[in-house]
Design a protein around this ligand. Structure first.
Ligand code: SF4
Length: 362
Protein backbone atom coordinates (compact mmCIF):
# COMPACT_ATOMS: atom_id res chain seq x y z
CA UNK A 1 0.00 0.00 0.00
CA UNK A 2 1.42 3.35 -0.94
CA UNK A 3 0.76 5.79 1.91
CA UNK A 4 1.64 8.78 -0.25
CA UNK A 5 -1.55 8.22 -2.26
CA UNK A 6 -3.63 8.32 0.90
CA UNK A 7 -2.56 11.83 1.87
CA UNK A 8 -5.28 14.23 2.90
CA UNK A 9 -5.85 16.69 0.07
CA UNK A 10 -4.83 20.20 1.03
CA UNK A 11 -4.55 23.66 -0.45
CA UNK A 12 -1.04 24.60 -1.68
CA UNK A 13 0.51 27.31 0.48
CA UNK A 14 3.54 29.17 -0.86
CA UNK A 15 6.37 29.83 1.57
CA UNK A 16 9.08 31.48 -0.51
CA UNK A 17 10.32 28.82 -2.94
CA UNK A 18 8.68 25.94 -1.05
CA UNK A 19 5.08 24.79 -1.32
CA UNK A 20 3.40 23.31 1.73
CA UNK A 21 0.42 21.09 0.90
CA UNK A 22 -1.32 20.68 -2.43
CA UNK A 23 0.47 17.36 -2.97
CA UNK A 24 3.98 18.87 -2.66
CA UNK A 25 6.60 16.67 -0.96
CA UNK A 26 6.30 16.93 2.82
CA UNK A 27 8.82 19.62 3.74
CA UNK A 28 11.27 19.54 6.61
CA UNK A 29 11.83 22.51 8.85
CA UNK A 30 13.85 23.57 11.83
CA UNK A 31 14.31 26.62 14.02
CA UNK A 32 17.30 28.74 15.00
CA UNK A 33 18.38 28.84 18.65
CA UNK A 34 20.21 32.19 18.67
CA UNK A 35 18.72 35.63 19.40
CA UNK A 36 17.40 37.04 16.11
CA UNK A 37 19.24 40.30 16.79
CA UNK A 38 22.60 38.52 16.21
CA UNK A 39 22.64 38.66 12.45
CA UNK A 40 25.88 36.85 11.58
CA UNK A 41 25.39 33.96 14.01
CA UNK A 42 21.77 33.47 12.94
CA UNK A 43 22.71 33.52 9.26
CA UNK A 44 25.44 30.91 9.92
CA UNK A 45 22.96 28.69 11.71
CA UNK A 46 20.36 28.99 8.93
CA UNK A 47 23.00 28.01 6.38
CA UNK A 48 23.99 24.97 8.49
CA UNK A 49 20.33 23.91 8.67
CA UNK A 50 19.90 24.41 4.92
CA UNK A 51 23.06 22.40 4.16
CA UNK A 52 21.72 19.56 6.28
CA UNK A 53 18.59 19.54 4.08
CA UNK A 54 16.28 21.86 6.05
CA UNK A 55 13.83 23.48 3.64
CA UNK A 56 12.23 26.14 5.84
CA UNK A 57 13.79 27.85 8.89
CA UNK A 58 11.90 29.59 11.69
CA UNK A 59 13.36 32.37 13.82
CA UNK A 60 12.10 33.43 17.20
CA UNK A 61 10.85 37.03 16.93
CA UNK A 62 9.79 38.26 20.37
CA UNK A 63 10.44 42.01 20.01
CA UNK A 64 10.27 44.75 17.43
CA UNK A 65 14.04 44.97 17.09
CA UNK A 66 14.15 41.25 16.23
CA UNK A 67 11.44 41.77 13.62
CA UNK A 68 13.34 44.68 12.12
CA UNK A 69 16.54 42.65 12.01
CA UNK A 70 14.83 40.03 9.83
CA UNK A 71 15.42 42.41 6.93
CA UNK A 72 19.22 42.28 7.41
CA UNK A 73 19.12 38.51 7.90
CA UNK A 74 17.14 37.94 4.71
CA UNK A 75 19.45 40.24 2.74
CA UNK A 76 22.58 38.55 4.06
CA UNK A 77 21.18 35.10 3.27
CA UNK A 78 20.38 36.12 -0.30
CA UNK A 79 23.81 37.71 -0.70
CA UNK A 80 25.32 34.35 0.34
CA UNK A 81 23.14 32.50 -2.19
CA UNK A 82 20.81 30.96 0.41
CA UNK A 83 17.17 31.24 -0.64
CA UNK A 84 15.78 29.04 2.14
CA UNK A 85 12.45 30.55 3.20
CA UNK A 86 12.40 32.07 6.68
CA UNK A 87 9.52 32.24 9.14
CA UNK A 88 9.06 34.72 11.99
CA UNK A 89 7.84 33.01 15.16
CA UNK A 90 5.90 35.80 16.83
CA UNK A 91 3.30 34.32 19.21
CA UNK A 92 1.29 37.26 20.54
CA UNK A 93 2.65 40.71 19.75
CA UNK A 94 0.66 42.09 16.82
CA UNK A 95 3.01 45.07 16.33
CA UNK A 96 5.96 42.69 15.96
CA UNK A 97 4.04 40.43 13.56
CA UNK A 98 3.11 43.36 11.33
CA UNK A 99 6.78 44.39 11.03
CA UNK A 100 8.04 40.81 10.57
CA UNK A 101 5.55 40.22 7.75
CA UNK A 102 7.40 42.85 5.70
CA UNK A 103 10.55 40.72 5.50
CA UNK A 104 9.80 37.02 5.87
CA UNK A 105 8.07 34.29 3.88
CA UNK A 106 5.73 33.16 6.67
CA UNK A 107 4.61 34.42 10.07
CA UNK A 108 3.68 32.06 12.88
CA UNK A 109 1.24 33.31 15.48
CA UNK A 110 -0.15 31.54 18.53
CA UNK A 111 -3.93 31.96 18.74
CA UNK A 112 -3.78 31.15 22.45
CA UNK A 113 -2.08 34.41 23.28
CA UNK A 114 -2.71 36.60 20.24
CA UNK A 115 -5.99 38.09 21.52
CA UNK A 116 -7.45 40.73 19.25
CA UNK A 117 -8.88 39.31 16.01
CA UNK A 118 -8.89 42.78 14.40
CA UNK A 119 -5.10 42.80 14.59
CA UNK A 120 -5.15 39.41 12.86
CA UNK A 121 -7.08 41.01 10.00
CA UNK A 122 -4.35 43.68 9.76
CA UNK A 123 -1.70 40.96 9.61
CA UNK A 124 -3.64 39.16 6.87
CA UNK A 125 -3.82 42.38 4.84
CA UNK A 126 -0.01 42.72 4.82
CA UNK A 127 0.53 39.02 4.15
CA UNK A 128 -1.94 39.11 1.27
CA UNK A 129 -0.18 42.03 -0.30
CA UNK A 130 3.32 40.57 0.07
CA UNK A 131 2.49 36.90 -0.65
CA UNK A 132 3.41 35.84 2.87
CA UNK A 133 1.88 32.75 4.51
CA UNK A 134 0.63 32.49 8.10
CA UNK A 135 0.79 29.55 10.49
CA UNK A 136 -1.86 29.37 13.16
CA UNK A 137 0.31 27.50 15.64
CA UNK A 138 -1.72 26.15 18.55
CA UNK A 139 0.21 24.92 21.59
CA UNK A 140 -1.45 22.73 24.19
CA UNK A 141 0.42 24.59 26.91
CA UNK A 142 -0.74 28.08 25.96
CA UNK A 143 -4.46 28.03 25.21
CA UNK A 144 -6.38 31.23 25.95
CA UNK A 145 -8.30 31.45 29.24
CA UNK A 146 -11.62 31.73 27.34
CA UNK A 147 -10.91 28.53 25.42
CA UNK A 148 -9.87 26.70 28.59
CA UNK A 149 -13.04 27.92 30.32
CA UNK A 150 -15.24 26.66 27.48
CA UNK A 151 -13.52 23.43 26.46
CA UNK A 152 -10.89 22.76 29.08
CA UNK A 153 -7.24 22.10 28.46
CA UNK A 154 -8.16 19.50 25.83
CA UNK A 155 -7.60 18.55 22.17
CA UNK A 156 -11.08 20.00 21.54
CA UNK A 157 -9.92 23.32 23.02
CA UNK A 158 -6.84 23.25 20.78
CA UNK A 159 -9.00 22.69 17.72
CA UNK A 160 -11.49 25.45 18.60
CA UNK A 161 -8.59 27.83 19.17
CA UNK A 162 -7.42 27.34 15.58
CA UNK A 163 -10.91 27.29 14.05
CA UNK A 164 -11.70 30.81 15.34
CA UNK A 165 -8.69 32.15 13.46
CA UNK A 166 -9.32 30.06 10.36
CA UNK A 167 -12.81 31.53 10.12
CA UNK A 168 -11.40 35.05 10.30
CA UNK A 169 -8.94 34.17 7.52
CA UNK A 170 -11.84 32.88 5.44
CA UNK A 171 -13.80 36.11 5.99
CA UNK A 172 -10.75 37.96 4.69
CA UNK A 173 -10.54 35.57 1.71
CA UNK A 174 -7.05 34.50 2.72
CA UNK A 175 -6.17 30.84 2.23
CA UNK A 176 -2.37 30.90 2.57
CA UNK A 177 -2.62 29.42 6.03
CA UNK A 178 -1.02 26.41 7.72
CA UNK A 179 -2.19 25.03 11.08
CA UNK A 180 -0.47 23.08 13.87
CA UNK A 181 -1.71 21.50 17.10
CA UNK A 182 1.40 20.74 19.10
CA UNK A 183 1.79 19.20 22.51
CA UNK A 184 4.64 17.51 24.37
CA UNK A 185 2.23 14.64 25.06
CA UNK A 186 2.15 12.48 21.93
CA UNK A 187 -1.35 11.18 22.67
CA UNK A 188 -2.79 14.67 23.10
CA UNK A 189 -1.01 15.86 19.99
CA UNK A 190 -2.22 12.96 17.82
CA UNK A 191 -5.77 13.35 19.09
CA UNK A 192 -5.72 17.10 18.47
CA UNK A 193 -4.50 16.77 14.87
CA UNK A 194 -7.07 14.08 14.11
CA UNK A 195 -9.86 16.17 15.67
CA UNK A 196 -8.54 19.23 13.85
CA UNK A 197 -8.79 17.45 10.50
CA UNK A 198 -12.38 16.43 11.25
CA UNK A 199 -13.34 19.99 12.24
CA UNK A 200 -11.67 21.47 9.16
CA UNK A 201 -13.31 18.91 6.87
CA UNK A 202 -16.70 19.73 8.41
CA UNK A 203 -16.26 23.40 7.59
CA UNK A 204 -14.61 22.87 4.21
CA UNK A 205 -11.09 23.99 5.10
CA UNK A 206 -8.33 22.20 3.15
CA UNK A 207 -5.66 23.87 5.26
CA UNK A 208 -2.27 22.11 5.28
CA UNK A 209 -0.86 20.86 8.57
CA UNK A 210 2.50 21.42 10.19
CA UNK A 211 3.30 18.45 12.46
CA UNK A 212 5.47 18.42 15.55
CA UNK A 213 5.82 17.22 19.12
CA UNK A 214 6.93 20.11 21.34
CA UNK A 215 9.67 19.74 23.94
CA UNK A 216 10.44 16.24 22.65
CA UNK A 217 13.81 16.24 24.42
CA UNK A 218 17.12 15.10 23.00
CA UNK A 219 18.98 11.99 21.92
CA UNK A 220 17.11 8.78 21.34
CA UNK A 221 14.13 9.83 23.51
CA UNK A 222 13.53 12.98 21.48
CA UNK A 223 13.78 11.13 18.20
CA UNK A 224 11.48 8.29 19.24
CA UNK A 225 8.92 10.64 20.75
CA UNK A 226 8.84 12.65 17.53
CA UNK A 227 8.67 9.48 15.45
CA UNK A 228 5.67 8.25 17.44
CA UNK A 229 3.72 11.52 17.24
CA UNK A 230 4.62 12.59 13.72
CA UNK A 231 4.79 9.06 12.31
CA UNK A 232 1.32 8.07 13.49
CA UNK A 233 -0.19 11.08 11.73
CA UNK A 234 1.83 10.63 8.54
CA UNK A 235 0.54 7.07 8.32
CA UNK A 236 -2.99 8.49 8.66
CA UNK A 237 -2.16 10.58 5.58
CA UNK A 238 -2.07 13.77 7.66
CA UNK A 239 0.76 16.30 7.50
CA UNK A 240 2.34 18.58 4.91
CA UNK A 241 5.43 19.85 6.72
CA UNK A 242 7.22 18.58 9.82
CA UNK A 243 9.57 19.75 12.51
CA UNK A 244 11.38 17.39 14.84
CA UNK A 245 12.15 19.53 17.94
CA UNK A 246 15.33 18.39 19.65
CA UNK A 247 17.29 19.93 22.51
CA UNK A 248 20.38 19.79 20.30
CA UNK A 249 21.93 21.80 17.47
CA UNK A 250 19.06 22.48 15.04
CA UNK A 251 20.78 20.87 12.07
CA UNK A 252 20.57 17.55 13.97
CA UNK A 253 16.79 17.70 13.57
CA UNK A 254 16.95 17.32 9.81
CA UNK A 255 18.28 13.73 9.47
CA UNK A 256 15.80 12.62 12.14
CA UNK A 257 12.96 14.27 10.19
CA UNK A 258 13.95 12.52 6.98
CA UNK A 259 14.17 9.16 8.78
CA UNK A 260 10.61 9.61 10.06
CA UNK A 261 9.38 10.50 6.57
CA UNK A 262 11.17 7.51 5.06
CA UNK A 263 10.06 5.05 7.77
CA UNK A 264 6.44 6.09 7.34
CA UNK A 265 6.88 6.02 3.54
CA UNK A 266 5.57 9.57 3.46
CA UNK A 267 8.59 10.89 1.55
CA UNK A 268 11.22 8.61 0.13
CA UNK A 269 14.67 10.15 -0.04
CA UNK A 270 17.01 7.15 0.09
CA UNK A 271 17.27 3.42 -0.52
CA UNK A 272 15.28 1.35 1.92
CA UNK A 273 17.21 -1.59 3.33
CA UNK A 274 14.96 -4.21 4.89
CA UNK A 275 17.02 -6.58 7.05
CA UNK A 276 16.11 -9.29 9.52
CA UNK A 277 17.75 -9.35 12.97
CA UNK A 278 19.43 -12.70 12.29
CA UNK A 279 19.14 -15.81 14.45
CA UNK A 280 20.57 -19.29 14.76
CA UNK A 281 19.68 -19.98 11.12
CA UNK A 282 21.97 -17.21 9.79
CA UNK A 283 25.12 -18.62 8.16
CA UNK A 284 26.92 -15.50 6.93
CA UNK A 285 27.99 -12.07 8.20
CA UNK A 286 24.54 -10.48 8.24
CA UNK A 287 25.43 -7.28 10.10
CA UNK A 288 28.49 -6.48 8.00
CA UNK A 289 26.60 -7.26 4.79
CA UNK A 290 23.67 -5.05 5.76
CA UNK A 291 26.06 -2.14 6.37
CA UNK A 292 27.80 -2.81 3.05
CA UNK A 293 24.49 -2.95 1.13
CA UNK A 294 23.38 0.34 2.74
CA UNK A 295 26.64 2.02 1.78
CA UNK A 296 26.85 0.67 -1.77
CA UNK A 297 23.27 1.48 -2.76
CA UNK A 298 22.71 4.58 -0.61
CA UNK A 299 21.85 6.88 -3.53
CA UNK A 300 19.10 4.76 -5.08
CA UNK A 301 16.08 6.54 -3.58
CA UNK A 302 12.94 4.50 -3.96
CA UNK A 303 14.73 1.16 -4.20
CA UNK A 304 13.94 -1.48 -1.55
CA UNK A 305 16.60 -4.13 -0.92
CA UNK A 306 16.15 -6.94 1.58
CA UNK A 307 19.08 -8.57 3.37
CA UNK A 308 17.84 -11.75 5.03
CA UNK A 309 19.68 -14.30 7.10
CA UNK A 310 18.16 -17.52 5.80
CA UNK A 311 16.31 -19.12 2.93
CA UNK A 312 13.71 -20.68 5.23
CA UNK A 313 11.93 -17.49 6.25
CA UNK A 314 13.78 -14.77 4.33
CA UNK A 315 11.96 -14.93 0.95
CA UNK A 316 8.51 -14.81 2.56
CA UNK A 317 9.41 -11.96 4.92
CA UNK A 318 10.83 -9.74 2.20
CA UNK A 319 7.72 -9.62 0.02
CA UNK A 320 7.86 -5.82 -0.10
CA UNK A 321 11.42 -5.62 -1.48
CA UNK A 322 12.53 -5.07 -5.08
CA UNK A 323 15.71 -7.12 -4.60
CA UNK A 324 16.74 -9.70 -2.06
CA UNK A 325 20.06 -10.95 -0.69
CA UNK A 326 19.26 -14.13 1.19
CA UNK A 327 21.62 -16.54 2.96
CA UNK A 328 21.14 -20.01 1.47
CA UNK A 329 23.91 -22.05 3.11
CA UNK A 330 27.28 -21.67 4.80
CA UNK A 331 28.85 -18.57 3.19
CA UNK A 332 26.52 -18.62 0.17
CA UNK A 333 23.72 -16.33 -0.87
CA UNK A 334 20.75 -16.47 -3.24
CA UNK A 335 19.79 -13.28 -5.03
CA UNK A 336 16.20 -12.30 -5.82
CA UNK A 337 14.43 -9.78 -7.97
CA UNK A 338 10.74 -9.04 -7.31
CA UNK A 339 10.47 -12.22 -5.26
CA UNK A 340 11.96 -14.49 -7.97
CA UNK A 341 15.36 -16.22 -7.72
CA UNK A 342 17.89 -14.67 -10.10
CA UNK A 343 21.10 -16.42 -8.97
CA UNK A 344 21.41 -19.31 -6.57
CA UNK A 345 24.18 -20.08 -4.04
CA UNK A 346 26.60 -17.28 -4.97
CA UNK A 347 29.70 -17.21 -2.69
CA UNK A 348 29.30 -14.36 -0.21
CA UNK A 349 32.50 -12.60 -1.40
CA UNK A 350 30.99 -12.19 -4.89
CA UNK A 351 27.37 -11.67 -3.97
CA UNK A 352 27.40 -7.89 -3.50
CA UNK A 353 28.99 -7.30 -6.92
CA UNK A 354 26.48 -9.69 -8.50
CA UNK A 355 23.61 -7.85 -6.84
CA UNK A 356 24.94 -4.54 -8.13
CA UNK A 357 25.21 -6.01 -11.63
CA UNK A 358 21.62 -7.26 -11.47
CA UNK A 359 20.31 -3.92 -10.23
CA UNK A 360 22.22 -1.96 -12.87
CA UNK A 361 21.01 -4.21 -15.66
CA UNK A 362 17.38 -4.27 -14.63
S1 SF4 B 1 14.90 -14.53 8.18
FE1 SF4 B 1 15.88 -16.44 8.81
S2 SF4 B 1 17.82 -15.75 9.70
FE2 SF4 B 1 16.52 -13.93 9.61
S3 SF4 B 1 15.59 -13.88 11.63
FE3 SF4 B 1 14.16 -14.93 10.25
S4 SF4 B 1 14.63 -17.12 10.56
FE4 SF4 B 1 16.38 -15.96 11.40
Amino acid sequence: MNQVNLRRKTMPVRVGNITIGGGAPISVQSMTTIATSQTDEVVDQIIRIARAGGEIVRLTTPARRDAENLKAIKEQLLALGCDTPIVADVHFNAEVALVAALYVDKVRINPGNWGDKERFRELIAICKERGVAIRIGVNHGSLSSQIVELYGDTPRGMVESAMEFLRVAREEEFDQVVVSFKSSNTRTMIEAYRAGVRAMDDEGFATPLHLGVTEAGEGIEGRIKSAVGIGALLIDGIGDTIRVSLTEEPENEIPAAFEILQASRARISKTEVISCPGCGRTMYDLQGTTRAVKERFKDRAGLKIAVMGCIVNGPGEMADADYGYVGSGVGVVTLYKNGEVVERNVPQEEALDRLEFIIHNS
